[in-house]
Design a protein around this ligand. Sequence first.
Ligand code: CAA
Length: 257
Amino acid sequence: MAIDVARDGYVATVTIDRPEALNAFDAPHLEALLALLRTLRDDRSVRCAIVTGAGDRAFSAGADIKRMATFGPREGRAFAALGHAVTKAIETLPQPVIAAVNGYAFGGGCELALACDIRICSENAAFAQPEVTLGIPPGWGGTQRMPRVVGPGIAAEIIFTGRRVGAAEALRIGLVNAVYPADRLPHEAQALAARIAANSPRAVRAAKAAMSRAFSGEPAAGLNSELDLFGAAFATDDQTIGMEAFIAKQVAEFADE
Ligand code: CAA
């Protein structure tokens, strides 16, 4: 288990490294990422950060479904709150953060990428918010950040269907800024980060701080409501059915309300 960090000049690259679970996050990995973000926040020698996934299959497959499967509402809410702390720490990091999405970015993985300032991806990347197929709504900020990035109508379709969005579509809808062959993605992410890092760090930080206010107002209320709804989903049969079906590698069948 690891959240790794590597430095190249002014750029810090953070790698989610849990390949046996396609870099899905359990609580210790979230806590490790949060602790690392706190050290980066105070490190003036870091002018830009990159977040990526270890291996060539996944950025992150999201929250750890095997851990969540037995959660009740309080644990569900607490887990979402930890995910919120991490995504908020990315969003409010004074330095810009680039998500280099190298494969699956599903559920919480997609939400992590959405909290970054800029997303670029590999040709084999795929994005999704598949939570509704698991009997829960998105819980790490996707309900608030996805509509801002791609617009409310497209966000609604992505979130309500749980379907996959491939790299070409992600580029078309503005979910990513650029798509590269998988073997070039790390280099392109580093080049973009280095270009940002060559600018005035104070001016870049000021620009990020000012841009964060472009959407201030409603998000806190929206995020609180997301926390409540995510926690409450863990009191439903759908959550049990959806997650048990995933673990058993079966398709979930949900009953009428
Ligand atoms: N949690 C726990 N384990 C996971 C996982 C997850 N999110 N995603 C993948 N894994 C595990 C698999 O169970 C499997 O483990 P075993 O080898 O022990 O069986 C291993 O990682 C490899 O995965 P697959 O065999 O499933 O690989 P695949 O190539 O056939 O499929 C995939 C890849 C399409 C990404 C598929 O793994 C998948 O659908 N994963 C779940 C993605 C998902 O639904 N994410 C959302 C989680 S909910 C969430 O994130 C809530 C929120 O808002 C915070």
